[in-house]
Design a protein around this ligand. Sequence first.
Ligand code: PEP
Ligand code: MG
Length: 879
Amino acid sequence: MRKFVYQFSEGSKDMKVLLGGKGANLAEMTNIGLPVPPGFTIGTDACKDYNENDQTLSEEIFEEVLTHLKLLEEKTGKQFGSNENPLLVSVRSGAPVSMPGMMDTILNLGLNDKAVQGMIHQTKDARSSLDSYRRFIQMFGDVVRGIPSYKFEEALSLIKKQKGYAQDTELTPDDLEKLITTYQELYLEHGSEPFPQDPLTQLRLAVQSVFDSWMNPRAVVYRRLNDIDPNFGTAVNIQAMVFGNTGNKSGTGIAFTRNPSTGEKAVFGEFLINAQGEDVVAGIRTPEDISKLKSHLPDAYHELMGTCELLENHYLDMQDIEFTIEKEKLFVLQTRNGKRTAQASVQVAVDLVHEGKISRDEAIKRIDTKQIDQLLHPTFEKKALEKGEVLATGLPASPGAASGKIYFDASEAVAAADLGQKVILVRNETSPEDIEGMAKSEAILTAHGGMTSHAAVVARGMGKCCVAGCSEIDINEKEKTIVTNSGITLREGDAVSLDGSTGKVYLGEILLTEAEIGGHFDELMEWVNEVKQLDIRVNADTPNDLLTAIHFGAEGIGLCRTEHMFFHEERIAYVRQMIVAESLEERKRALAHLKEMQKEDFIQLFRIAKGRPVNIRLLDPPLHEFLPKAEKDLERLAQDTGKTLAEIKKRVNELAESNPMLGHRGCRLAVTYPEIYKMQAEAIMESAVQIHDEGQKVFPEIMIPLVSSKEELAFVKQEIKESVQAIFDRERVLLPYDIGTMIEIPRACVTADEIAKEAQFFSFGTNDLTQLTYGFSRDDAGKFLPSYSERGILETDPFQTLDTAGVGALVEMAVSRGRMANPNMKMGVCGEHGGDPRSIHFFHKLGLKYVSCSPFRVPIARLAAAQVVLEEREQLQKV
Ligand code: PEP
Ligand code: MG
């Protein structure tokens, strides 16, 4: 017989795939002697079985559950369904990978009209017993029958209003009895059958609902956003209830062993007296800081602090712990590695190394490359911020800064973001249904909830700025308004700015500046450098980009797109003159201007690079990006060239191409007009000579784009070499430099052994290589690729993450053929994939020398390059 159900004492923290994260950790904590209420876990295999059998819970599995339930009754001395001494349980989901707020929880299961009397008899506390019952009906109705929670909340508010109560805790047993009757009526009305009084029926339905919730749309979206395997399934944890809502000596809360926003080493958390767990997370009541627990319940507080230390030392990572105190006795309900901001992630990892708890390698492995983006988040520009008008202050729930237009509904936020607007999602409190709206917004603002509310936890995970619990504003989601304390009214589409690090909300838009990193991050990155083998270069065309990149640790320029240096209005005029020139003379006139501009730029880049390699790619202008279209640009070109408007239009027409991406671009330009690359080669070398004369080191790499054959490269290279030699002869110097080629056409990959004879380096242009391998136009793929991902035809966008099976195979072929001809050939990547962690893993395994990416991805690339080395070492150890 297969085993599906496990007592907590049968599991361990290493059994996450079978028991889910929550179940595995409950087992671990039970086994190390922590005060965990007893219970058992229905493993993920049961969820798979359920899904394979058309969402049916087999009798075999349910029988096994009942056997374990008997054991639980023996342990607690209570009976399931008893109207004297009832056993109540919580039923909670727990997937192998943590999915906060995604799955459903039911508390107080086992209560019915009779059992609640038994509970009153036993606890001598009618109020908390009845309160538990009404919560159970609400949660059960919501999770099992899909009855919206607000229906129950409305009934609750109505009674409170009638009685003039401010707090839920003011409800008397009488009020609660009435409320229970109303709740049962609501259940019957919306659930089309009476609320089930049989606890075993309750249990069966609850387990089925947890399994069903694995496939609910919000869970599916969360898994998609976080790359979680959809085949895992969820486990179900069934655990004896403990009660945080039994008076002022009881409570419930969440404790992080370190600060999840900053990483500071100090227990951080929140609690509510006289409440049950979901009150803290749901954000309906605003919780108190954990330090206040010390005066309320000192013994429980000290035990909790001891537990935090013990758990962190056991797991060797920052823990996120859920606890309940029942009549002064502490119970631990859950522990897991705490979600944290990138800043906290880095600080905690580095601190743990300093504390001698983990190795440097372990610290590197723990940083999520996706999160590093957060560290590089912008903040508000100081001067602009001083002028900013503060509307309100809430909790600094997730760092960063953002400006945008406010939307009060997640789907409207998505629609506005899809139209290109910067959007701030404003809600009283968020719920998992809002997940897509949150993902597409710049930032999130809520009026209710604490630092561990749904909005706060999810925003931190997404690396999004969030101000939560901003009670100084009144949000009316129906009217779509925010009213501030000072009486200012904002409506949908109005702009606000949020600072997720201070919790401040500002009126209007505020200028942003780029992020600054340092301290712990720099230390971690030094360790990264000792491990990684790939060099990380930058794709940079401006001094600013290069400065930023060097600050982030770039080891040279891997791609300077010279045509990008001409996008400026004044400069593009000369490029256009060059393109429309009809004679050598005309072209040379335009080129002379361009040469001077190029020299200025190259000199600046060489100075900043200080001897690091600077890879300059010769012109590769797809014509459609450069030919003038607007009437005023055509007129300007006519003026500049001394031609008539009609002549210019005719020439532009002649030059227009049907497929510019496959047209007269790259080195083809130099085959027809060698003087273009000659000019660029002169500009590069004359600048290099000047830098050399200034006593500085300089190392240019001249890169020829869009090469498809050895002969083509040989022709273009010859012209360049002659120009360079002429400068060396004239200046009586000899500087080191390399001439190489981009490999971005499939034919170049196939004939790489031939091409290698003419090249000192290869740089893979994986953007064009992807375009030409798939035959997907880079400019138009956005129109059809989304359907490919929706239909599951493409798992990832091949322009972002390298298609290793197709494009990658061509790269691999080029590498091995290139090395056959030239074993020491320097090879790197300069397409967008050079900044993508998964692609970087592939390039490392091919033994390339470097990857090159945009400045802000340099730290991510460094980290990914180190992580792949560590991964390889681990695999080797296993063999
Ligand atoms: C490439 O094609 O990958 C590349 C780096 O060049 P570009 O994007 O400029 O075509
Ligand atoms: Mg290209």
